[in-house]
Design a binder for this molecule. Sequence first.
Ligand SMILES: Nc1ncnc2c1ncn2[C@@H]1O[C@H](COP(=O)(O)OP(=O)(O)OP(=O)(O)O)[C@@H](O)[C@H]1O
Ligand SMILES: CC(=O)N[C@H]1[C@@H]2OC[C@@H](O2)[C@@H](O)[C@@H]1O[C@H](C)C(=O)O
Length: 397
Amino acid sequence: MKEHVEKLYALSGKPSRRIIGLMSGTSLDGLDVALCLAEGSGPETRLRVEYFKTLPYEQDFRNAVREIFAKRQIDFQQLVLLNPFIGLRHGQMILECLAEWGINASEVDLIASHGQTVFHAPRKQHGIAAFPNATLQIGDGDHIAVRTGIITLSDFRQKHIAAGGEGAPLAVYGDYFLFSQKDENRILLNMGGIANFTFLPGSLDASSVFTTDTGPGNTLIDAFARLHFGKPFDENGSMAASGRVNKTLLNALKDAPFFGQPFPKTTGPEVFSVDYVKNAIQLAGQDAVEPKDLIATLTQFSAETISEAIHNAMGENKAFEVYASGGGAHNPVLMGAIGRLLGRNIRLIDELGVAGDAKEAVLFAVLANEAVAGEAVYFGEKKGVPGVSMGKISFPG
Ligand SMILES: Nc1ncnc2c1ncn2[C@@H]1O[C@H](COP(=O)(O)OP(=O)(O)OP(=O)(O)O)[C@@H](O)[C@H]1O
Ligand SMILES: CC(=O)N[C@H]1[C@@H]2OC[C@@H](O2)[C@@H](O)[C@@H]1O[C@H](C)C(=O)O
């Protein structure tokens, strides 16, 4: 029906668009919903977050996703059922937010849905030369569009892979458009389940922009807080603060092929898992490690691998500011260790006008805005930041 294409075309010419950005990360804590007003596009994007909310997942939902999440062997039916189920659930969650905010669905131009990553497999990780980089996000966009009546863009990572990337990190695009600052080199560090950063040059030169995952953020801390303490995470780093870093184990944890791979690179809980840590404990002969010392060691493991990646990427260039976001920014032990290792105060992205917990959802709104209203932006020939439009379009009818 051409009415949908005409509506989309009209949207592309509007001076501003109201876009809901959705992010459901690897921590499986909940769905981040950011209602944004975006004006312009590319480096001229001006974006205001009108409302933001994280809707926590119910335990049943989390358990259902965990049955297939980052696993090599799964019940295939469970994967197939979850694809529309998550789409419908996310659609419903959006409607609940809109009702709470007193906004009608007809007042929203677009939804930008990341979906739920269930498996991330860059070639460097799966190691099968004949197969490409691969990643899978589920939570079908057609179901979101039909449930909400709002045009939905989803499945953003496939185009990035088709254009030569690993499907992540995608935050780099929004980071560059929203947070670049003339004459200040910036590192935007996001610490979710996995940690990544974007380098934004003070020259504003798009071809110098750089991004990579660094390894675990909170994923291992969460897994062992759950296993040993029955808690979803180490709130305010209190478990880590009560323990001591086990140096022998730390060295074994840092001995993974991922850390020797060149930038840019991506990873996930497929690699950094409970089994990964148990294996390191065994190799290091540290079976008697106390749970609180294990949490302290895993926190230091994240801090050191994050700091070393930033240090290696920046080389001799010491003139940069670091702005943190994601759940890890709430962990003072992690933040303190990174600050000490990098020899500087780690700031919060909130200083730049976007709440740290909202940043990733906002970035998908930026990607949808680019797909609908942006011009091509050239990020140079380097790997990892192809200048392509991303997101598949689902019409509501
Ligand atoms: N007060 C806190 N103290 C310590 N850690 C916290 C706190 N609040 C949140 N976190 C951590 O942040 C995590 C959630 O972070 P976030 O929502 O950024 O991850 P995500 O988006 O799911 O992950 P990713 O971006 O890697 O996919 C929690 O699982 C927890 O480990
Ligand atoms: C495959 C996948 O879902 N990757 C996530 C994950 O969570 C953090 C890190 O690993 C990052 O590379 C990415 O998400 C953010 C939003 C990104 O693409 O920038």
